[in-house]
Design a protein around this ligand. Structure first.
Ligand code: SF4
Length: 74
């Protein structure tokens, strides 16, 4: 389960790509990306894609294993 994304605003170049890919989680603020206060991680694949495609590698995502190990819960 994807639980959290983080944007390093020191290295973000403000290209906006992550916002296009995952608008539920990222938004632009003062020409750089930041994680929305009401970030919705339901579309986890897009969040991971945004992190992978960030040209300055400014996005990190944290995932939490399901405690009971049930793969259906991921
Ligand atoms: S994709 Fe990366 S560099 Fe571009 S706005 Fe998002 S965090 Fe910043």
């Amino acid at each position: 389960v994807l639980v959290e994304a983080h944007v390093n605003r020191d290295t973000c170049i403000g290209c906006g790509r992550c916002v296009t890919t995952s608008p539920e989680v990222f938004k632009m603020f003062k020409r750089k990306s930041e994680v929305r206060g009401d970030a919705d991680y339901a579309m986890a694949n897009y969040v991971k894609m945004a992190a992978k495609n960030c040209p300055s590698k400014s996005i990190s995502v944290a995932a939490e294993e399901a405690e009971d190990g049930d793969p259906d819960s991921l």
